[in-house]
Write a protein that binds this ligand. Structure first.
Ligand code: SF4
Length: 378
């Protein structure tokens, strides 16, 4: 990663079916549009990524593993032709275990994809059924091993805590199963149900219980203990990695550095502008097929005061926190002076600790991070 390099995210808004908790931009009934989407994405790449120096590529979704290997190759070649990939560029591919096979994984690896992110979510078949996932636990274990056979030596597994019906014991079984696989990186997300999701409606109708937030907090704390003793570094609120395997792509976000998000719903922060692409697949396709770029759904010039606040809030998500030295170098201001009352208040509340010109969340602050973050807003 250099001061001037960027992370490039590409969104693939297609899925075979909608999971019960999903509020991401993904279309379960438009697979016939994938070839057109790839063509449009290549046009957007050519217009927006030309001449850029990149330290990370990320195929996210949705379900990127619905792309054929030749479509992935086509996209990779579009990027490599017009932009410069730094040596060792991290190239992540999100994949749904229910859509993978050994030949497919071997082809991805052969194309230079060097990091795989598997949406495992749980190792309990009952929980996977409740979530509406395509795969079962046995398939997840099998695909993980196939990924190793295909040569992937940097694998992230996603797991969800705070599921209805789950207990501390059932979550411990999930964590143990995951640790047996020894992935390099683990992302752990608490279940949140947006109002328009089927699982939210099931909870409203009494068909699923509300999740007890105290059990969810205990599960998170258990994960901290078990993952730390297994040698994982808790480097961000929701992320753990073996040493040297922290996600370079996501660090770009948390360090509030530049990134470009392409495709439907892609978000960018570049040259002081925060922009968001349309979330409407038909609009995206129609515009690019007519060689015009769709109007962004958000286009905001971020002034220095907001950049400073965002850099502090995002940086506090990281275990190493925010150092006065970094903020001084980037914004020419002393964070300790500027935010003295906020920092003191959070320290007194046990949410922040301050040491040697560095502020970071305490374990309690990690659980109640929003209580800290709002205080730094301009
Ligand atoms: S696979 Fe991911 S993006 Fe697709 S429906 Fe499920 S949660 Fe949403």
């Amino acid at each position: 990663m250099t001061q001037n390099s960027l992370a490039l995210y590409m969104h693939f808004p297609f899925c075979l079916k909608k999971c019960g908790y999903c509020s991401f931009i993904s279309y379960p009934d438009k697979l016939e549009s994938v070839p057109d989407y790839v063509n449009c994405l290549k046009k957007e790449i050519k217009l927006r990524a030309e001449g850029l120096c990149l330290h990370s590529l990320y195929f996210g979704g949705g379900t990127p593993s619905l792309l054929s290997p030749s479509q992935v190759a086509d996209i990779m070649s579009s990027i490599q032709t017009i932009s410069h990939l730094l040596p060792g560029t991290e190239i992540t591919f999100e994949a749904n275990p229910g859509t993978l096979s050994l030949p497919y994984l071997e082809q991805l690896s052969g194309l230079g994809i060097n990091r795989l992110s598997l949406g495992i979510q749980s190792f309990s078949d009952a929980e996977l059924t409740m979530l509406g996932r395509l795969h079962d636990a046995q398939q997840a274990r099998h695909i993980y091993k196939q990924a190793r056979t295909a040569g992937f030596d940097n694998i992230n597994l996603d797991l969800i805590y705070g599921l209805p019906h789950s207990t501390l014991l059932s979550f411990k079984a999930n964590l143990s199963e995951m640790l047996k696989l020894e992935p390099e990186h683990i992302s752990l997300y608490g279940l949140t149900l947006e109002e328009d999701t089927p699982m939210y409606l099931q909870v409203q109708k009494g068909l699923l219980p509300f999740m007890d937030s105290e059990i969810a907090a205990d599960q998170y704390q258990l994960a901290e203990e078990m993952l730390e003793s297994a040698g994982y570094h808790h480097y961000e609120i929701s992320n753990w990695a073996k040493p040297g395997y922290e996600s370079r792509h996501n660090l770009t976000y948390w360090q509030n550095r530049s990134y470009l998000g392409l495709g439907v719903a892609g978000h960018s922060f570049f040259q002081n502008w925060r922009t968001a692409n349309t979330i409407d697949l038909d609009e995206y396709l129609l515009c690019w097929q007519n060689n015009s770029s769709p109007s962004p759904s958000e286009n905001i010039n971020v002034d220095l005061a907001n950049q400073l606040a965002e850099t502090i809030i995002l940086g506090l998500r990281l275990d190493k926190g925010v150092t006065a030295e970094d903020i001084e170098a980037r914004f020419g201001t002393c964070v300790m002076d500027m935010y003295y009352p906020q920092i003191q208040e959070c320290v007194e509340l046990g949410l922040l600790e301050e040491h040697d010109g560095c502020i970071r969340l305490t374990p309690r602050g990690r659980l109640l991070s929003n209580e800290v973050f709002w205080r730094f807003l301009p």
